[in-house]
Design a protein around this ligand. Sequence first.
Ligand code: DHB
Ligand code: FE
Length: 284
Amino acid sequence: MARIIGGIATSHIPAIGKAIAQGTQDQPYWKPFFDGYAPVHAWLHEEQPDVAVMIYNDHGLNFFLDKMPTFAVGAAPEYLNADEGWGLPVSMPYPGFPELSWHMIESLVNEEFDLTMCQEMLVDHGFVVPLSLLWPGKEARPVRVIPVAVNTVQFPLPTPARCFKLGQAIGHAIESFDGDHRVVIIGSGGMSHQLDGERAGYINKTFDVSYLNRIVDDVAELCCMSVAELVLMAGAQGVELLNWLVMRGAMTGRVTEKHRNYHVPISNTAGAVMLLENETAMAR
Ligand code: DHB
Ligand code: FE
């Protein structure tokens, strides 16, 4: 059976993609942020996952405000990147895993999640930046990827509790898939930020740190929040933290925090990475 070995949550700010493209990771502005990924690289090297499920939000590339699925799962043989307006270099395609995608879609629909299934899906910085951070190198494609897009853009958004339950259903789906796969779940986006309106530039470090703590050991409390509370505390775009809750929901066993790094600010956002290990009865 396929096994979920862990979860990683990471920022996806476009400026990170630019820093990678320009090779400025060692400059003083960037170093404390990029250095935070070294322990995650070591863990990935040790654990060798072969599949990644990317929980992210599209920012107007594949979906737009006129047609916005609450949850969408990719079922394509490969995923093409395009520039949604940030001027980042377009990445090479990412290999998909249609057999596991369709198994996930069937399993999720059976668990009463009414999904949009996408046999073609363009992926934006919310998908590309985390992969570039976790597996550096333009051509690096060590994992097959399944995109799961969560609407964090067009209200009404799914509730934190619903996002956590989606993660649980993803966990059941993966662990009922035949095959010796090692799967990592990635939650993309956050932490607190608001890019527009009266609170543009808003960052809430106190809330972010408590969110990092609670995602490890008091996730039930996060699931009690309303979307309005999340917007209030994390900012209008900080609601990308919903993607972290889906990732956390997919941790099927005992969760151990292996690493975290929090660095403010990166562009207009609180940057962070967190690595959770998922220890199940199936552990080697
Ligand atoms: C920024 C952050 C985001 O999450 C995003 O999607 C775009 C821009 C920023 O801080 O610049
Ligand atoms: Fe974003």
